[in-house]
Design a protein around this ligand. Structure first.
Ligand code: NAP
Length: 281
């Protein structure tokens, strides 16, 4: 019998998750279906009993935090971030995980980028939280760079990071004060995302001397920021690698399997090609 998985969120619009998960099922030979289910925030708890008929599901905005009280158990990955993107059902017990951090760490490590030294993160929203927690846990010196209006949001994140690691060096600055001696620059804002592909979150002058750049945006595959960083001599990696690796990790959890790096690298290229076909045909 086919296993059944899903993505829940609201609104979902176009999502790459069914494409990625179906290709992952093909790789493992697991017979399974993956569907996208829109659930408005007011219906999350009433829909929970029907979700229990699934073998597992992914969670996206706006349910990543509100799903937590509805679950039996939380994995360490989810309790650190207070955010769940994957739910498994085993022996009738629902357990929440966060596979975004795994996706981020795999995306950079497979591109040959080390999480060490001076890390600068642009933005202070959901994705920035993941990158900031991982950077601090890895012992990096962290600078969060945000718009003036987002300084209170960044200060709140700074407080949480200080609680996690009081010894760490963490600063909050505006985008125009981004530090020059950055080993890894991470874009966690939506600036540069399709269709506004001629925008970049930071002036190219700041890229001189930056060793590596990770852009969480996956549409387009190569943002203006990544193009400019490459020209300035940095190692670059786009967000599709994180999206595919977090999905692969979810399937590893659901189905007790392990994927080969070479298969996932091929799938990242396929997913980028599929996105280009969908959005630019
Ligand atoms: P989010 O929670 O809305 O956070 C975005 C951050 O960027 C917020 O601090 C936001 O400030 C700030 N921001 C918005 N517009 C800006 C602008 N014009 N200039 C400077 N800062 C701006 O979104 P998110 O979920 O973190 O996602 C951020 C990006 O990461 C998106 O492009 C998303 O697609 C991508 N992402 C990728 C993956 C992946 O697997 N590759 C996973 C998650 C997210 P306000 O709160 O004031 O708007």
């Amino acid at each position: 019998m086919n296993k059944k998985f899903a993505l829940i969120g609201y609104p979902l619009g176009h999502t790459m998750s069914p494409f990625i998960h179906n290709r992952l099922f093909e790789l493992t030979g697991i017979s399974a279906e993956y569907e996208a289910i829109e659930i408005p925030p007011s219906q999350l708890s009433s829909q929970m009993p029907s979700l229990k008929s699934l073998d597992g599901f992914n969670v996206t905005i706006p349910h990543k935090c509100s799903i937590i009280p509805l679950l039996d158990e939380l994995d360490k990955t989810a309790s650190i971030y207070g955010s769940v993107n994957t739910v498994s059902f085993k022996k009738g017990i629902s357990r929440g995980y966060n596979t975004d951090s795994f996706g981020f760490l795999k995306a950079i490590s497979t591109a040959g980028i080390e999480l060490k030294g001076n890390v600068t993160i642009l933005g202070a929203g959901g994705a920035a939280r993941t990158f900031a927690f991982e950077s601090v846990l890895a012992g990096c010196n962290l600078t969060l760079c945000v718009r003036e209006q987002d300084l209170p949001q960044a200060q709140q994140l700074l407080k949480e990071l200080n609680n996690l690691s009081p010894e760490s060096s963490i600063n909050v600055k505006t985008l125009s004060q981004a530090p020059e001696n950055t080993d890894l620059l991470i874009n966690a804002t939506p600036v540069g995302m399709y269709p506004h592909t001629d925008a970049s979150p930071i002036l190219s002058d700041f890229l001189n001397g930056v060793k590596a750049v990770f852009d969480a945006i996956y549409n387009p595959a190569e943002t203006l920021l990544l193009q400019e960083a490459k020209k300035a001599g940095a190692t670059t990696v786009g967000g599709m690698a994180m999206l595919v690796w977090q999905a692969a990790r979810a399937q590893e959890i659901w189905n007790d399997i392990t994927f080969k790096e070479s298969d996932i690298s091929k799938l990242i290229e396929e997913a980028n090609a599929e996105l280009a076909r969908l959005f630019r045909s």
